[in-house]
Design a protein around this ligand. Sequence first.
Ligand code: ATP
Length: 205
Amino acid sequence: MLTIGLTGGIGSGKSVVAELLRAQGASIIDADRLGHEAYAPNSEAWQQVVAAFGEDILTTEGEIDRRKLGSIVFADPAQLERLNGIMHPLMARMVEDRKAGLAADGVEVAVVEAAVLFEAGWDKLVDEVWSTHTPADVVVERLRQRNGMTEEEARKRINSQMPAEERNGRSDVVVENAADLADLESEVAALWQARVKGKVNQGNG
Ligand code: ATP
């Protein structure tokens, strides 16, 4: 099985590219979703996070309140590091389990979609890394439309992430996403033909 890590800055098009790869035949492992699953009450992650941050971060139903936890860790880099220290290794194991399950099912191409692929060290879990890249001004416009963010909020979010130059430099493929969706679709189709089809037995199309 070929495993592609898919990362990119906020609003750069990761989810759209993941969908396009799914349409080509890939199976998607969504790190965001794994994070949600990891927080299931009384799971290992739940226990460690509650031990570290206290029961104040729980809802009355005993679930981790991601907003409360978010307000703690995004206000204090040391707390974010602490949370990441708990979650990233646990999620790496979940990614490995998910990969093993897909491989056992005969899946030929898996995509690990994760905004923090490099930060979490998950690039070690994949064969190659693709990054989506969109110029900051275009991202600001998309975030204004999609999330109703102000320009200031959008730039703050962009600047809180790994610089695009570093992410791109560490990637095997940079998917440029400055133009329209039709353009992105043909770019991904061409990449699939050029980089994926030859590496697996079957490929779509
Ligand atoms: P996040 O990290 O915030 O989840 P993302 O990297 O997954 O973002 P997407 O959700 O795929 O990014 O894209 C961000 C927004 O921009 C979406 O509303 C998407 O539909 C839109 N978008 C992405 N690419 C294009 C494009 N080429 N043209 C127009 N809109 C686009």
